[in-house]
Design a protein around this ligand. Structure first.
Ligand code: PEP
Length: 248
């Protein structure tokens, strides 16, 4: 039985006051939540969130990391640095990193390896653009994204990874994949992994991201291969986020 995960991706939205209020609101509504809940904060706020969630069930995540372990890489942040602040999960390959910062499948694979090597759980994002979906290339694109990582780390290493299927056309747009559309890609991902390692494929948590909300979360998460959500906009409002956490 796979446990449901709900991860909030705050992106570049925070201030000290905002973080205090948001985390306070989430903590005060956590009773009755059985999902694993991860807060993926921007780097400067990791320490603040680490303190606020200390001694609770909430887990801390980061939104990016360097593929390099240390050294002369101005502006970069390594796996060991985020671990120093109690981070256990790190988002890798978010579509905004791929499209706005040119992260190729190979770079994403390197970053995933850096996370695994450091003992972090990578939340590996994959997903197709609208153009690719309309050209019937969804499975080919997702397979290529996953195969780049499998080639570098091996399917066995997916034991320590969470996959987030995030159709690019659904991120921040208010357009959500239907439960049927999402379930079909989640099942494809699980089958792809099963071809290399069935044990890992059955165990791995595959979460959906793309305009998941308090209204649609339960229908998505009740699909057999959807094990939770990666939440952007709705993770910035404690009540909405908690309703999603309770949908799992
Ligand atoms: C995301 O950024 O990962 C995301 C899913 O955003 P939103 O929920 O706002 O679509």
């Amino acid at each position: 039985m796979r446990k449901t995960i709900v991860a909030g991706n705050w992106k570049m939205n925070a201030s000290k006051d905002f973080v205090d209020t948001l985390v306070d609101g989430i903590l005060s509504g956590m009773s009755g939540v059985s999902s694993e809940v991860i807060l993926c904060a921007p780097f400067p706020y990791l320490s603040q969130v680490e303190t606020l969630i200390g001694g609770t069930n909430l887990m801390l995540g980061a939104q990016n990391l360097s593929a390099k372990p240390k050294g002369a890489f101005t502006g970069e942040v390594s796996a060991d640095m985020i671990k120093d602040f109690g981070v256990g999960h790190v988002i890798v390959g978010h579509s905004e990193r791929r499209s706005l910062y040119g992260e190729s499948n190979d770079v994403v694979a390197e970053k995933t390896k850096a996370a695994i090597d450091a003992g972090l759980t990578a939340i590996l994002c994959v997903g197709e653009s609208l153009e690719e979906r309309e050209a019937d290339k969804t499975e080919a694109v997702v397979a290529e994204q996953l195969n780049a990582v499998i080639s570098l780390v091996g399917a066995g290493a997916f034991d320590g990874i969470v996959i987030a299927y995030e159709p690019v056309w659904a991120i921040g747009t208010g357009l959500t994949a239907s439960p049927e559309q999402a379930q079909s890609v989640h099942a494809f991902i699980r089958n792809l992994l099963a071809n290399s390692n069935d044990k890992v494929a059955q165990k791995i948590q595959i979460i959906y991201g793309g305009s998941m909300s308090a209204e649609n979360a339960a229908d998505l998460i009740s699909c057999p291969d959807i094990d939770g959500g990666l939440i952007g906009g709705a993770a910035l409002k404690a009540d909405d986020f908690l309703q999603i956490c309770k949908a799992g």
